[in-house]
Design a protein around this ligand. Structure first.
Ligand SMILES: Nc1ncnc2c1ncn2[C@@H]1O[C@H](COP(=O)(O)OP(=O)(O)OP(=O)(O)O)[C@@H](O)[C@H]1O
Length: 392
């Protein structure tokens, strides 16, 4: 069962009291929303969106003189635009706790994902645009980039790049047609760490995701992974227990539960859980943590919990190395957990060692080929020599 809700008891009034040039709150559907940005962002609200003739005139396949372009280049579209691109909202590809996600195909043939947010939001239009503007500034190849938005007819929508292979959770747990190879999984772990690295260490100000989970990792056509749902502070429609905690059960850092302080190291914890999902193919709601604890008891303990779909198809040393990184991410003391930069380096090393192994193997193979050629030449020479000796 999910436990998601905003963490800080910061009131809407408090956030509204801030000057428009101070730290801007990141909110969607939120009354009691908190910012995930640890430093302030300077944006003057009146200049957030301009009604300008868009240079992207063919985005929805028609001239867009009515489209808004935010300061960060995110384009605002009308309800009618999106209605047409989603065939009157009939192209559902998924459902999250905040609304339905549709596939939108443009006249140009380009495909996007449209997330329709619950319409009971008390967030003002300007605030929504502020959020869009901030999200639109975050661009990285391992983030699901925000392309546009719509505030029209009481609806709020976010338009993202389309990820045709859906979520990692779906691929691991609900898809028997596609089996992720070990090499795919290491690449996915590396892609995720690069996405988080951008949020934690590349973005100014830094962004803490706060809801990392396999359902928020999306894969494109070539199985490259991107982190989704970053920067949004969302009120959970299903927060029955109103625990005051933000995140998803099974991924939440116990230190955060104990202290109510969310740090980048809490994201690292959630990433540790995802690493073990990749290794085991077990969902956190299916006692994954017990398997992880079992695996931690010895250096080869992880051998017992590897996804059976990988049996005989993975390099066990690589699995152990990735598990070691996963265990460090899940360390009970936040300060003992690695930074995301260190995690990326660790995963990169796994790949580099693989390449060295492959190079060594191919060198050995060509060496033995040369050796056997020399041996056959020797045999041939001795045969010729013995024939000569036998000559009268
Ligand atoms: N950009 C996208 N491209 C393709 N499919 C997407 C995209 N975004 C979301 N989806 C699909 O829609 C589903 C729901 O996504 P959404 O982000 O709304 O919810 P969630 O992350 O699964 O759950 P929650 O809202 O509880 O965090 C995803 O599992 C995925 O299958």
């Amino acid at each position: 069962m999910k436990k998601r809700a905003d963490l800080h008891g910061r009131s809407l009034a408090a956030s509204e009291q801030r000057s428009p040039t101070s730290s801007a709150p990141i909110r969607v559907n939120g009354v009691d929303a908190s910012t995930d940005f640890s430093a302030s962002i300077t944006i003057r609200e009146p200049q957030l969106a301009h009604k300008v003739p868009s240079p992207h005139s063919s985005w929805w396949g028609r001239p867009s003189k009515d489209h808004f372009v935010s300061a960060s280049g995110v384009i605002g579209y009308s309800y009618k635009d999106i209605q047409k691109a989603t065939q009157n909202f009939t192209t559902t590809v998924g459902q999250g706790s905040f609304g339905v996600v549709y596939k939108a195909v443009l006249n140009s043939g380009d495909t996007y994902a449209v997330k329709v947010l619950a319409s009971d939001s008390r967030q003002g239009e300007k605030e929504f645009q502020t959020e869009v503007c901030l999200l639109g500034r975050l661009h990285h190849r391992n983030l699901v980039n925000l392309i546009g938005y719509c505030v029209d007819r009481g609806q709020r929508m976010l338009i993202y790049e389309f990820m045709s292979n859906g979520s990692l959770a779906n691929l691991l747990y609900n898809n028997d047609a596609i089996i992720l190879s070990w090499e795919d999984r290491v690449q996915i772990a590396l892609d995720i760490s690069h996405g988080i690295e951008y949020l934690h260490e590349g973005a100014v100000p830094p962004v803490i995701h706060r809801d990392l989970k396999s359902a928020n990792i999306l894969l494109d056509l070539s199985m490259r992974a991107k982190v989704a749902d970053f920067g949004l502070s969302k009120e959970d429609a299903f927060d029955e227990h109103n625990s005051g905690l933000k995140g998803t059960y099974g991924y939440i850092d116990p230190v955060y539960i104990a202290t109510n302080r969310f740090t980048t190291k809490s994201d690292i914890y959630s990433f540790g859980v995802i690493i073990f999902e990749l290794i085991t193919g077990i969902h956190p709601h299916q006692n994954l943590m017990e398997y992880i604890n079992l695996a931690a008891m010895s250096s080869d303990g992880v051998d017992e919990i590897i996804d059976e779909k990988l049996a005989g198809k993975c390099e066990i040393q690589e699995v152990r190395e990735l598990a070691k990184i996963g265990h460090r991410c899940l360390h009970k003391f936040q300060r003992k957990r690695p930074t995301i930069g260190e995690v990326s380096q660790g995963i990169l090393k796994i790949r580099q060692r693989r390449h060295v192994r492959q190079d060594t193997m191919s060198t050995q193979a060509s060496f033995s080929r040369v050796l056997s050629r020399i041996q056959s030449q020797h045999i041939e020479l001795s045969r010729i020599a013995s024939m000569k000796e036998g000559d009268p």
